[in-house]
Design a binder for this molecule. Sequence first.
Ligand SMILES: Cc1cc2nc3c(=O)[nH]c(=O)nc-3n(C[C@H](O)[C@H](O)[C@H](O)COP(=O)(O)OP(=O)(O)OC[C@H]3O[C@@H](n4cnc5c(N)ncnc54)[C@H](O)[C@@H]3O)c2cc1C
Length: 384
Amino acid sequence: MSQVLPQYQHLRPLAVVSCSTPDDVANGLAWSRESGIHLTPRGGGHCFAGRSSTTGIVLDLGPMNDVSVHDGLATIGAGATLAEVYAGLDRHGLTLPAGCGPTVGIAGLTLGGGLGLLGRRYGLTSDRLRAAEVVLPDGRTVRCSDDLEPDLFWALRGAGGGQFGVVTALTFEPVPAEPTTRFLLTWPRVRAAEVLARWQEITPDAPDELSANLKISAREVTLFGAGAPDDFLDLAPATADVSTLPYLELKQSFDDLGDLEGQVTSRSHFFRRPIPADVLPDAPGQELNFTPMGGAYNRTRSTATAFVHRNERFLVEHVSTDADWVHRTWTALHEHSSGGVYPNFPDLFLEDPLRAYHGENLQRLQEIKRHYDPDGLLRFPQSL
Ligand SMILES: Cc1cc2nc3c(=O)[nH]c(=O)nc-3n(C[C@H](O)[C@H](O)[C@H](O)COP(=O)(O)OP(=O)(O)OC[C@H]3O[C@@H](n4cnc5c(N)ncnc54)[C@H](O)[C@@H]3O)c2cc1C
C-alpha cells in the first residue's frame, strides 16, 4: 500500500479494501453506506491534511495502476503514482504536465489541479483530462466527460479529491516527451532578496517553455526547472548546471530536491503582485518554495473548470519542521497574497477555507456535491 505522510501514520484503519476493479470500490462504498463507518479513497497517500487516512475504511486504489495508450489518449488507473505514469507514457514518447514527487498519486494530483514543470506550456494536469470513470456514492459506475455527466467532469478538474465519488480511471490527452533543457543554479543565502526580485519580475511573464522554480532555504537559494535560464545566468550564480536531457531523465533528476525530512508543516498561498523584498523572512532551517504560474495555466477561464486560480502570478509554499515559523512567515506574507489557496495544498488553519480553495466556483461545486453525494458519504474537515 502507498506510504502516507509521517504525521498520519499513527491512524490505524478498521479495514483497508484493496481495490482492483470498480466493483471492489462499489462494495466498499456499500459497506460504508450500510454501516455508517467513515470511508476515504487513497491514491498515492500524499495528502498534506491526511485526508486519505481514517480510523474507518480506506479504499486503496493502488492495484489499479495500469497505463495504456490508444488513439492518442492515455488511460491511467487511479492508483498509479507519477513515477508509474511517466515511465508508462515515456514508452510511447509521451508525457503529461504533472508534478515532481515520484510517489505522488495521479488521482489526488489531477483532482486538485496538478502543477508541474510543463504546466506553463500545457496547463494543469487536469486541463489535459478528457474523461474519467467514477464510482458514485450510491454505487453506480459512470463515465464522465464534456458530454457525459458534464457537471461532474467540470467538478473533478480542480476541486480536490474525495468529494463527489471514487475515480477508478482517468483518460488524458498526453503531450510529447521531448528532450528539454534542464537547469539547476545556486546562490548563497545572502543573495536571496536580489534573486527573488529578478524571479518575480521575469518568470510569471516568461515564454511558456520556461518553468523556473525558486527555493530559498537556510543554506542557499536554488533555481531549478526546464527551459532556457539565460535571464538568471547574469546574476552570477555560485553553481550553474545546464544540460539537455530526455524528458523522463530530466523529471527523475528532480525527484529528491526537498531538504526537509520527517514531519513538516506546510502552508501556501497565491500571489498576483510582487512581494516587497523587506518582508522576505529570515529562514534558518526552513524552506520557501516559489512556483511560477502564468502561461497556459492562466489561458483557461477561472469558471471553465473547478480550478479557479487562473489569474495568479506565482504560488509560495512555506515548509518547515517548525510549525511556529510556518505560521509566522505565512501571516507576514499573506496580506500581499490574492487570498487564493491551491486545493492540493490543504491548510487546516485557514479562516475561510472553501472560499480560499474555490473562490467564485464555490456555489456551483456545492450544488454538484449535493447532487452526487446528497448524504455526505464522502466527507472530511473542509470538504464541500
Ligand atoms: C512529496 C510531495 C510532492 C508533491 N509535489 C507536487 C507537485 O509537484 N505538484 C502538485 O501540484 N502537487 C504536488 N504535491 C501535492 C499533491 O498534489 C497532493 O498532495 C495530492 O492530493 C496527492 O495525491 P495522492 O493521490 O498522492 O494523495 P492521497 O492522499 O491518496 O489523496 C489525496 C486526496 O484525494 C482523494 N483521492 C485519492 N484518490 C482518489 C480517487 N481515486 N478518487 C477520488 N478521490 C481520491 C483522497 O481521499 C484525498 O482526499 C506534492 C505532495 C507531496 C507530499
